[in-house]
Design a protein around this ligand. Structure first.
Ligand SMILES: [Fe+2]
Ligand SMILES: [Fe+2]
Length: 159
């Protein structure tokens, strides 16, 4: 993690790059869940579960590191100091990290059990979709906080 100077475009680029990587891992997890044939029966066996567990674990590992960087790097804290109006939203966003990690763990636990019956598979697909929606919403709001702070630094913000 480079040193954190809010005006440094490298920081913004780093965060956006991290988020791109995260989107890629999330896409891989969803693809592992839905095989091209769409046949759940084929995917819900041991091999299918292993693939999903692996994809979710990669995503989870990335999230652990990514969240830690965001919390320790202080880029959101810096936004608070410079833009007090963003403080509440920045705090809300950071407070979501533990819940997101718990949810990822829960999904991994579910898939690592091995064979999942068709009904359980449908529920798992729904749970992963819900997790993806939560995670993407989290990242979107985070990007917004960082970008607003950055624009303000450059005098680009309208308010
Ligand atoms: Fe985050
Ligand atoms: Fe993030």
């Amino acid at each position: 993690m480079p040193s954190l100077d809010r005006a440094d475009p490298v920081i913004l680029g780093h965060i956006l790059q991290e988020h791109r990587e995260l989107h890629g891992l999330l896409r891989a997890a969803r693809e592992a869940l839905t095989p091209p044939s769409g046949a759940h029966a084929a995917a819900s066996g041991k091999g299918g579960c292993d693939r999903i567990t692996e994809a979710l674990s990669r995503l989870r590992d990335h999230l652990t590191e990514h969240f830690q960087q965001e919390e320790e790097g202080g880029f959101l804290e810096e936004s608070l100091a410079r833009l007090p109006r963003l403080a509440e939203e920045a705090k809300r966003v950071l407070a979501e990290h533990p819940g997101l990690l718990d949810e990822a763990d829960r999904l991994i636990q579910q898939t690592s059990r091995g064979d999942i019956p068709a009904q359980g598979w449908t529920a798992l697909c729904r749970d992963v979709d819900q997790f993806a929606t939560r995670l993407l919403d989290h990242e979107r709001r985070e990007n917004r906080v960082v970008q607003q702070g950055y624009n303000e630094d450059l005098g680009l913000a309208d308010d």
